[in-house]
Structure formats: C-alpha cells, structure tokens
Design a protein around this ligand. Sequence first.
Ligand code: GLU
Length: 479
Amino acid sequence: METVTRFAPSPTGYIHIGNVRSAIYPYLLAKQQNGKMILRIEDTDRGRYVEGATELIEDTLEWLGLNWDEGPIVGGPHAPYFQSERQEIYHEYARRLIAAGRAYADPTPPEQIEEYRKECNAKKVPFLYRNFRPNDTPEWQPGIPLRFKAEPKDYEWHDEVMGDMHAGPEVQDDIILIKQDGFPTYNFAHIVDDAEMGVTHVMRGVEYLSSTPNYLELYDALKLERPKLVSLPHILAPQGNKKLGKRDGAKSVTEYRDDGVLSEAMLNYLACLGWNDGTEQEIYTKDELIKAFSLDRIQTSGARYDETKLLWVNGQWIRRIFDEQGVEALYTRTAEFWPEVANNHPDDYKKRVLSIIYDRLKTLSDLREMTAYFFAEPEVDLDMIIQNKFLKKLSESELENLLKQSIEKLSSLSEWDADVLQDALNQLLQDTGRKPAELFSLIRLSLSFAPFSPALNLTLEVLGRDVSLARLNTVARAI
Ligand code: GLU
C-alpha cells in the first residue's frame, strides 16, 4: 500500500519553529517510501481564521523544500484541500452516523452546558457531556450542533512513537461533530478527510493523544480502517518546562530566513530535534534525512529548542556550501544581507570579502555587521586601540612608532598578496620585537575599528594597498 502522509495546519497565523516539524516528518516518511504527502488546510474554525495565513504556510513549506504532492496550488484527486470547501462530505458522513443511531442533534444551550460543568466541579467529578445526554432530541439539520453518541469502552491501540496505549471508558464522550455554524469540528473533519484522502500515517503533535479513544470510536462507528497513529512529542521552550509556543517568543520559520538562516540548516536542525539515526552525525542534507529517517527513532519525550545549536548548524551549512559548491553558490544566497554601504560595489569585490569571512558567519546577516569596513571608511575610535587588552600597556608614542614602522614596511612591498603580506608581517614582528597579539591587534583595529576581522594578511590583501596604507596613516596621525 502506498504511504500517504499529511500536514494539516490550521491557518491561524504564521508557522513557527515549534510546529513546522509536523510537516517535516510526514514529508521525510512519504519521500522515503515513494509515497505522497498531502497538504490540507484545516480552516473550519472560522473564529481563529487569519487572512493570508495559508500563503504563509505555503511559503514556509516551499522555502524548506517540503513540496507536497497534493493540496492547494498543485491540486490532486481529493480536491478540495480546504476543509471549509468540503462541507457536503462531512454532512454526508454525519448522516451516516445519524442513520446508524450514533449521532444526535443537541439542542442544549451553551449556558445549560456551563451549569452542568459547574455542577460537576462542585461535586469534584469530571464533566462528561454524555452523562447529561437528553432523552428527546430534535431531528438534526444544519444550524443545530450534532453530537456523537459514544458507547464508551476500553481501547487499546499502538502509537508508532509512544508504543502500546490503553485507555478506559472514562475518557470517551459525546463529542461535537458539527457545530452550530454548520462547520465540522477538528475531531470529526480530520477523521473523514484522512479516510477520504487515503492517509496511511496520521502524524501530529502529541496533544491529540488524549483524544485518541474518541477518534478510535469514530473510526469504528464509521467502519473505517484505522490509519497508523504517530504522536510527535513537543518541541519545548529553551527552559524545557513547557511546549514552545508563540507566547514564548517562538519566531516564525520565515523570520529565520530573513535573518540569514539557510533553509538546509533549518530543515537539518529541526529534523534532528527529537530524532536521530543512532549515529553521531549532525549535518544532513535533505536526501540524507530522507534515507536515514525512521519512526522508531523519534524520541518519546519533548526536545528542547536551542537557538545556539540552530546557529551552529547554520554556520556548518554556510561552510559546506562554500567548500563544496564554491563562492558563487554561497554568494547568490547573500544578496539581501550585505550592509547598505556595500551597494554599488562590484560583485567580484564582494565575493572576495565573502571568501575571507564566510567561515566566521553564523547567519548570512552577520555580513551586515562584519563587513562594513570593507566598503566604507570606518569611524576612527582611538579608545578602541588605547583600551584594547593587548595594547593598553603601550604608550601613545610606542603605538605611533609601531604604526609608522608598519607603514614603512608595508609601503616598501612591490607585491600585495596574502603570502607576501604574511612574510612582511612576520618580518615586522622580528624587527619590532612585539608580540603578535600587540602588533596584529594594532594594525587590525586601525584598518577596521571592528571587534572582529578575518586573518590580517587576507584583510590587507582584500582592502588593497592604497586603502590599507591610508587607514594606517590616518590613525598614526591621530594618535
Ligand atoms: N489542524 C490541526 C492543527 O493545526 C492539525 C492536527 C493534525 O495534524 O491532525 O493543530
């Protein structure tokens, strides 16, 4: 049987880092087994519907390279893929349940339900609607909520991640199938759709585990075969005490894209958050993930979100792209991340800058802060030199002399490339008797006034002779 998975988000806002993994795992499993992944938009909760959210979802999946085989945009044999457009299908299934005596119109006003709930609270017993099930119920028609008629019993089932599960009758209730507005509830609609769409693996957050007995009863009542159930443990907030959510500042996935995280790194990091293949490998391409993925190595407990680790993985990916595919491949990904002062500088020059700095980048947007001095004169800030931990022992005249000696040496060079410059710098160390940390910090700061720069000989080479000497002279005069 063909493996069919689905990602079934509700369009209630952006996709954040904590919930996109429910798209990654179904994608990996479907691809590994030459199956299909369906994208289904669960938009029947009209109160929570957010305009534009579907586009954000599509954009996120496209960016991560999680191409769905059926769903919005691409279409497919089970269209429509928006639940709001599948009303008739749900109503047809509803009528089947009514005919079988397993669903009834519930005219109880919400205030009455509130009363029941209070009664139960006062008695300290759990509220189950079925204990208040009315004897006489009107005939169902759209406009009246439709409830399932539970026949509670013991249930056993196997969850592909959580293992063998068991629940007693006390957790099953007469859940609402169709709401007053005619739209189905999630509880009902997903059962119908997963069956209609031939879904073989229902992969979703573990928060649905406690409702599973109700779903199992619905499968039985509708005479549907149970799909495989796969509960994905939560991604936890960095403190590890609760599920990562928007309220804990979980950023949208695309915000990371705008901050210069590569899609390869995001996919890699998230796939490995709560899953591993039993090896020490940490960096995976999408194809490697597809090959290595397996349900039985998804961990059962929540995994803590760790942004530092994400950025580390991103740094690894930046290096990998440069080292394996060359500067051009990385450069095409950097367009919007250069500082403004880099505008109008030739591509070749920017590529040279990129080539000497790429291995220090955690995100592409680090380029903005790390490279400005390659494109514009840095503001002279003598305090940075005078208070530098290696230089503060030197007097101003010592600093001035050291700079003058450096200028003299560097101006005498007939060639200006990294090797020649390195020799000259080594020679200067000997001539001046200074420690590398002293001499190199002084030159580096005078060229950049930045807290960090690549290797000094490379920085000098890329800046060029004229700019380098001019900057050193400016500082020598100012000290
Ligand atoms: N629409 C549900 C949600 O966004 C999806 C749950 C599922 O995958 O079945 O939480």
